[in-house]
Design a protein around this ligand. Sequence first.
Ligand code: GRF
Length: 196
Amino acid sequence: MKLNIAAFASHGGSNLQAIIDGIKKGQLDGQIKVVISNNSDSFALIRAARENIPHFHISAYTHEKVDEKILELMHMYDINIIVLAGYMKKLPDKVIDEYRNHILNIHPALLPGFGGKGMYGLNVHRAVIEAKEEYTGVTVHLVNENYDEGDILHQIKVKVMKDDTPESLAARVLTEEHKIYLETLKMISTGKIMLK
Ligand code: GRF
């Protein structure tokens, strides 16, 4: 199945870039049709512009009905999969409902551990180090109405080193995120992972 991807991102968009690069190298049968950010300063929007990918800033300040605007774009670009790549806003329920089981998120830890409200960015890695975990990792999962609770599609482990700081751990985990997101999308497009 060819993936028509809508990517949502709020900040740097390095995961978005990894997917763009993978598609360019022919590693994934898919296309990023549109990039959406709730943050007008997001570097993800610049990455999209550089690649000539249609991109939109959509937030409660710019649009009265965020859910309707998002769904309009999803239909316009014939989207069959939504990829959240560091998207810090909760997707509107209407969007989750219409695209149920076709929305992916990436989390920088081994869910169900170290997930839920407040568990984002360096908070996650700080908590992992404080808990003296031997391993952390990356999880790609489906998105439902509750933070970090959808079915897990793919997970890999990353060793926590003795002298890791939240920053050093985040950097090592991020490198793995770039690989696993592309790999998961590939498994979906080749039918190794079947979405309901
Ligand atoms: C990643 O660590 C991801 O797991 C989390 O947000 C971060 C986004 O990084 N959801 P980037 O914007 O893709 O560089």
